[in-house]
Write a protein that binds this ligand. Structure first.
Ligand code: PLP
Length: 327
């Protein structure tokens, strides 16, 4: 919907970080755009805002700001670049519910903001999402696109006497059942967030070795991480995010020094019944992008996170998990 609303056309260019999920790029590629990938920062998985301006060309239409793990991109800088070049900013706030930039909720700063309620997010309904429209000029058209390309909403308000096909559109809305499932979690957002933040803190204390007692997670569960870190001597090659890098406890991640260290950690945890996953494979280095683009630039920071970052389990019920499956 965001790509349609920005009237992305074949030949337009859209700047997107490479270290993100495919959806951040697909929305624009589906409208015919060429995506131009930006690298992550050195020392942080978010897009490096200082690299954006050199990617702007006369064909650039939009910048996609992905708030990885709910950590805010430098929105003031990004909005200023966009304003100077007449570009749209779309926030991919899929992971960013309950996270803020200078007091403003993420997703409310760019022209458009996309949230996800996929099962991997803080609150979820299996599949679902939300588009925040922060610029009123998009309102009328958004309603029609959302109503599958019809002016049915105006009909229901009694503004017209029959509705018809008015624009392109699709079935972008979640079902009532999904919405009801999500609603209960929205009502309990504070409680869910409090628990997620406590779990995040337990991991943080474990990996920064503060020696503090965990508040939520079972010591027998946390011991399995310590065992693997000790056994493979990984402590020195493991970077823990700073405490402020968890605005909304979307993810607890570690960054190892090498692919080998990360692989060792994942296997060690797997042997102890704990699934730790990595992501994302950099989009600029993907099978599909290589098939449509001759852009051979390497993006070293994005590649580093693709090889070295791992996420630990983080979900509401994790604290109740007394018994780890026997192996
Ligand atoms: C989950 C996620 C998406 C996709 O969300 P959907 O609800 O599956 O469309 C897009 N971008 C990022 C950064 C995500 O984490």
């Amino acid at each position: 919907m965001a790509a349609i609303l920005c009237e992305i056309q074949p030949g337009d260019e859209v700047i997107v970080p490479s270290f993100t999920f495919v959806s951040s790029a697909n929305a624009f590629v589906l409208r015919g755009a060429k995506v131009v990938f930006a690298d992550s920062k050195s020392g942080h998985p978010n897009m490096d805002e200082t690299l954006i301006e050199e990617l702007v060309t006369p064909k650039t239409k939009a910048i996609v700001a992905v708030h990885y793990a709910g950590m805010p991109c430098e929105m003031d800088v990004i909005m200023e670049i966009a304003e100077r070049h007449g570009l749209f900013v779309i926030e991919d706030a899929a992971q960013a519910i309950d996270s803020y930039y200078k007091g403003k909720p993420l997703g409310s700063i760019g022209h458009l903001g996309c949230m996800s309620f996929h099962e991997t997010k803080n609150i979820q309904c299996g599949e679902g999402g939300m588009l925040a429209i922060n610029d009123s000029r998009f309102m009328g058209r958004a309603e029609i696109i959302w109503e599958k390309g019809t002016n049915r909403a105006a009909f229901f308000r009694g503004e017209i006497d029959k509705y018809s096909w008015a624009d392109i559109g699709s079935s972008f809305l979640p079902s009532e059942l999904n919405a009801a499932y999500l609603w209960a979690q929205l009502e309990n957002l504070d409680k869910i967030q409090e628990r997620r933040k406590a779990i995040w803190q337990d991991y943080f204390q474990l990996f920064t070795r503060t020696g503090k007692q965990p508040g939520i997670l079972q010591p027998s569960y946390l011991d399995r991480f310590t065992e693997v870190m000790d056994q493979l001597e990984l402590w020195a090659s493991c970077h823990v995010p700073a405490s402020q890098d968890s605005p909304n406890a979307h993810a607890f991640y570690l960054v190892f020094d090498s692919l080998e260290a990360r692989t060792g950690f994942i296997h060690g945890m797997q042997e102890r019944g704990i699934l730790c996953i990595f992501h994302y494979q950099s989009l600029h280095d993907s099978v599909y992008y290589n098939s449509i683009s001759s852009d051979q630039r390497s993006l070293p920071n994005s590649e580093l996170y693709s090889d070295c970052l791992v996420r630990l389990p983080l979900f509401y019920e994790l604290g109740n998990w007394y018994h780890v499956a026997s192996i």
